[in-house]
Design a protein around this ligand. Structure first.
Ligand code: G16
Length: 544
């Protein structure tokens, strides 16, 4: 195997965001761009000789090209084995499982998640460490620093590898194994949930379901698990073939983008249960006939009912949510007397808590829920959790949600996104909010008195690392909150996210539309940040 050392010069924008490096495909196609970043990762990992690396992606445009480049670089840099999903495909949670199961050194996952795909759209890459979870900020900062000083990368002069044939081959010093991307994951799901009960509930017709794979990675996983193993009808999985451009859509499971599913779920033909997942299979959207379950509520409901699921029947060690996620799960934790942690946005912040056994379940408002079974959020796992719950409780989704609100109260919640805002405007919005923080506590707006106003700073209780500037929080005496943050996953300009929540104890008020129930706080958020005024927009781009 001939190894070549190729001279290169740094790109100045290889700073990973909330979840790896995400850029337009055209940015990644620049000479040496992907190679620089991959070499920067390899250079920052310490001794990688003879180690095993897992490799796969969500199948978006540029996935196969990138995989061939990375194979050659991994071989040249001394890895001993590569485990690659057939066709270059691995969902993010499946990759996490494979890293853990085969005790790999780490993995490279190629995805820009819910962002659109295609030659003019987005691509991404992230590194996961040996626990199967996203690399912490200590790593990502090291990758960025290295990318700023890089002068050369290494590649092996190899033929392209056949990614479609399962099996192993030894090429020089590296063993390359192509695996079925689904079977290990399907086995893991069977060890967590009651598949016999699910099969009965589906075959008896008690549960009817529709899963929208959004032409992304979960199609093959959903077909194998929901249709082949659990016996749902083939029509239960729509948009099941992963396409390089996701059929021209955003593979983002929310009411705006999974509209085919959303329309059906609010019609007379709605099945018992409807769900969708995103580009790389880690997000989930949960709906039932005539109800959409917010991700924050979903996390709280799963936590409150976890004892009904075989793998969690002994109870939860604790739970965690990202800071902007509603406080619904906090109420469940308080009732069951288990710890509840608040972390910054980004799944990487749950890793230490999961590894130390401090939490069993965790989730985020951004349609992510997961548990200690892997170290990523997991879309199909959440779907199976809900199906198992419906089968045990023999109740439709809407009743499960209403019962939960009755018992715990409802945290009425919404998020408004202003996408592709000019970066200087977005930065000035945040800067001006920051300046207002000291003056806000004690001020009253209508029935809302500000209790605290700060910028969230997180100290990891396990490794002591500190993450500053994780979002601006304005909390009110009655528990309501407004949170502002800039997204770390966009690829054009800046995305301002405004998160709004209000607790409603009175069951007679639970069935309100969130936009109406939160109207006062939504207006107050505009008064404080002036995003509409400064950008000339009249509405958020996405409301979830
Ligand atoms: C990623 C992260 C999540 C985060 C989400 C949104 O998800 O893994 O932890 O909540 O981005 O982040 P932001 O608000 O910064 O855009 P995914 O599904 O895109 O990988």
């Amino acid at each position: 195997m001939q190894i070549e050392t190729i001279p290169t010069t740094p790109y100045n924008d290889q700073n990973p965001g909330t979840s790896g490096l995400r850029k337009k495909v055209k940015v990644f196609q620049q000479p040496g761009y992907l190679e620089n970043f991959v070499q920067s990762i390899f250079d920052s990992l310490g001794d990688i000789s003879n180690k095993t690396l897992v490799l796969g992606g969500d199948g978006r445009y540029f996935n196969r090209v990138a995989i061939q480049i990375i194979i050659k670089m991994a071989a040249a840099n001394g890895f001993g084995e590569l485990i690659i999903g057939q066709g270059g495909l691995l969902s993010t949670p499946a990759a996490s499982n494979i890293i853990r199961k085969y005790q790999a050194f780490g993995g490279l996952i190629l995805s820009a998640s819910h962002n659109p795909g295609g030659p003019d759209e987005d691509f991404g890459i992230k590194y996961n460490v040996s626990n199967g979870g996203p690399a912490s900020e200590t790593y990502t900062e090291a990758f960025y620093e290295r990318s700023q000083a890089i002068t050369e990368y290494k590649t092996a002069n190899l033929q392209d590898i056949d990614l479609d044939s399962i099996g192993s081959q030894q090429i020089g010093t590296i063993k390359i194994t192509i695996i079925d991307p689904v079977s290990d994951y399907a086995e893991l799901m069977q060890s967590i949930f009651d598949f016999n009960l699910l099969k009965q509930s589906i075959s008896s017709g008690y549960i009817t379901l529709l899963f929208d794979a959004m032409s992304a990675i979960t199609g093959p996983y959903a077909k194998r698990i929901l249709v082949d193993i659990l016996g749902a009808s083939p029509e239960s999985v729509i948009n099941a073939e992963p396409l390089e451009d996701f059929g021209g859509h955003h593979p983002d499971p929310n009411l705006a983008h999974a509209h085919e599913l959303a329309e059906l779920m609010f019609s007379e033909k709605a099945p018992t249960f409807g769900a969708a997942s995103d580009g790389d299979g880690d997000r989930n959207m949960i709906t039932g006939s005539n109800i959409f379950v917010t991700p924050s509520d979903s996390l709280a409901i799963l936590a409150a009912n976890a004892h009904l699921i075989p793998a969690y029947s002994k109870g939860l060690s604790g739970v965690a949510r990202s800071m902007p996620t509603s406080q619904a799960v906090d109420r469940v934790a308080a009732k069951y007397n288990i710890p509840c942690y608040e972390t910054p946005t980004g799944w990487k912040f749950f890793g230490n808590l999961l590894d130390e056994g401090k939490i069993t379940l965790c989730g985020e408002e951004s349609f992510g829920t997961g548990s200690d079974h892997v170290r990523e959020k997991d879309g199909l796992w959440a779907v199976l959790f809900w199906l198992n719950l419906i089968a045990v409780r023999r109740q439709p989704v809407i009743d499960i949600v209403h019962d939960h609100w009755q018992k715990f109260g409802r945290d009425i919640y919404c998020r408004h996104d202003y996408e592709a805002v000019e970066t200087p405007i977005a930065n000035s919005i945040v800067e001006d909010l920051r300046k207002q923080l000291p003056t806000l506590p004690g001020q009253t707006f209508g029935e809302y008195t500000v209790k605290y106003a700060d910028e969230f700073c997180y100290e990891d209780s396990i490794d002591g690392s500190i993450s500053k500037n994780q979002g601006i929080r304005i909390g009110f005496e009655n528990g309501s909150r407004i949170v502002f943050r800039l997204s770390g996953t966009g690829t054009v300009g800046a995305t301002l996210r405004i998160y709004i929540e209000r607790f409603e104890h009175d069951a007679s008020q639970h069935n309100q539309d969130a936009q109406i129930a939160l109207a006062f706080l939504i207006d107050l958020a505009e008064q404080l940040c002036e995003v509409k005024k400064r950008t000339g927009r009249t509405e958020p781009d996405v409301i979830t």
